[in-house]
Design a protein around this ligand. Structure first.
Ligand SMILES: NC(=O)c1ccc[n+]([C@@H]2O[C@H](COP(=O)([O-])OP(=O)(O)OC[C@H]3O[C@@H](n4cnc5c(N)ncnc54)[C@H](O)[C@@H]3O)[C@@H](O)[C@H]2O)c1
Length: 376
């Protein structure tokens, strides 16, 4: 790569300190700053050599304790955000502050001549993002949304099933992210700071589904939950219908004391399931529709032959999808390559805009209680 980029990080709380540690150590391991033990990589996970193309210039946080944390880890601390922006050795800024601060920080960084890598949700609304996109165009500075979860291994496995039609034509995909701790932290539970689970997790799971399925959404219905927080959505159930008829159910919950599987994928030639992060993808592929041994089973107080399990082996083949290699530093590398004009931006501003518009349609649907005919 032609030019190494020096980056400053604004906000070194949970995520910012993960970035700081990852870039400072050269591994890209964005581990939480409180986690001091080594976190083993997932199977197949590689880390390209970050110092070849990205270097940490320093950090700044409004909370002195966080700056002290940085100093204790051998990381330079700027006097304030302005000092980071006026340092001529800084090429780019990584924004990892609460969501309501992203817009002004991104605009002032680009106006100061810096490229921007901005944590998700990049903005609070599509209107905010349009403003930022205009400044990116005017200044010629890269504005890169850090929507990183298209590189999650579980998603890569589902994408492989979709792209290679491993289960034939898919008719339904379910992805559920579930926990039982309510909305975590402080600002995440406050609307004006960009709190709520749609902005927090919705952005990730909508992002990658609409990138994987290259079709318009014809219908959208969303229901938000406010079980643990009356002000901010602590979860949602979203139903999307795509042009081809494929339906997708996306669910986030923070009041779930038993979890449903992370992914269920259904095609006309079989089904797949991934129970949780780091788990295998279990495949059941149809060999033959004939299953002459089917005998009725007891189903509650009655009998059913329709829902009797297949006799296995003969009519369905069961296997585990092989794990494959992936590089956790792909997004950092693409950010730098985009700045150097060596690659196309993988997570584009237009894509982030589409995701924000879908999220806004979710709010509209939940408030009205109605489905929305979308992306006509
Ligand atoms: N991409 C991901 O997987 C991922 C994961 C977690 C968080 N995030 C995103 O990262 C951002 C930060 O989230 P977090 O979990 O680290 O929150 P956090 O509360 O742990 O950290 C935010 C930090 O910003 C600091 N801060 C607040 N105002 C500031 C200001 N004016 N100037 C400088 N520092 C300021 C706070 O003191 C705090 O240390 C959010 O946008 C969040 O959505 C992304």
């Amino acid at each position: 790569m032609s030019k190494k980029i020096r980056i400053g990080i604004i906000g070194v709380g949970g995520m910012g300190s993960g970035h700081a540690m990852g870039i400072h150590s050269g591994t890209g391991n964005t581990i939480w700053s409180t986690q001091i033990d080594y976190v083993p990589p997932f199977p197949g996970e590689m880390t390209s050599n970050l110092p070849d193309f990205l270097e940490l210039a320093g950090v700044y946080d409004i909370n002195p304790a966080r700056n002290e944390w940085a100093v204790n880890h051998g990381i330079s601390v700027f006097e304030n955000y302005d000092a980071m922006l006026t340092d001529p050795t800084v090429d780019a800024i990584l924004i990892a502050t609460p969501n309501h601060l992203h817009k002004d920080m991104a605009i002032s960084a680009m106006r100061a001549g810096k490229h921007v890598l901005c944590e998700k949700p990049v903005m609070m609304s599509s209107a905010e993002l349009l403003e930022v996109m205009a400044v990116s165009k005017e200044t010629g500075k890269v504005f890169y949304p850090r929507q990183n979860r298209e590189w999650d291994e579980d998603f890569l496995m589902v994408k492989k099933i979709y792209d290679e039609k491993l289960l034939g034509n898919l008719f339904n995909i379910k992805c559920r992210i579930m926990g039982s701790r309510g909305i975590p932290g402080d600002w995440r539970g406050v609307k004006e700071f960009g709190g709520g689970m749609m902005l927090d997790w919705g952005v990730h799971i909508i992002d990658r589904i609409v990138k994987m399925v290259p079709e318009k959404i014809t219908n959208l219905f969303c229901h938000f939950t406010y079980i643990t927080n009356p002000e901010c959505d602590d979860g949602f159930q979203l139903h999307l219908t795509f042009e081809s008829g494929l339906t997708v159910n996306l669910e986030v919950g923070t009041c779930h004391f038993v979890n449903e599987p992370l992914w269920c994928v259904y095609g006309d030639q079989g089904s797949a399931m991934i129970e949780g992060w780091g788990k295998d993808c279990k495949m059941a592929r149809l060999v033959s529709w004939d299953d002459k041994d089917a005998t009725p089973i007891m189903a509650g107080a009655g009998l059913t032959k329709t829902m009797a399990p297949r006799s296995g082996g003969k009519s369905v083949e069961e296997f585990t999808l092989p794990r494959f290699d992936f590089d956790r530093n792909t997004l950092y590398r693409n950010f730098v390559e985009t700045i150097n004009g060596e690659a196309e931006q993988i997570v584009t501003q237009e894509h982030a805009l589409r995701v924000l518009r879908i999220m806004e349609a979710c709010f509209e649907s939940s408030e009205s209680g109605k489905a929305i005919a979308f992306e006509a």
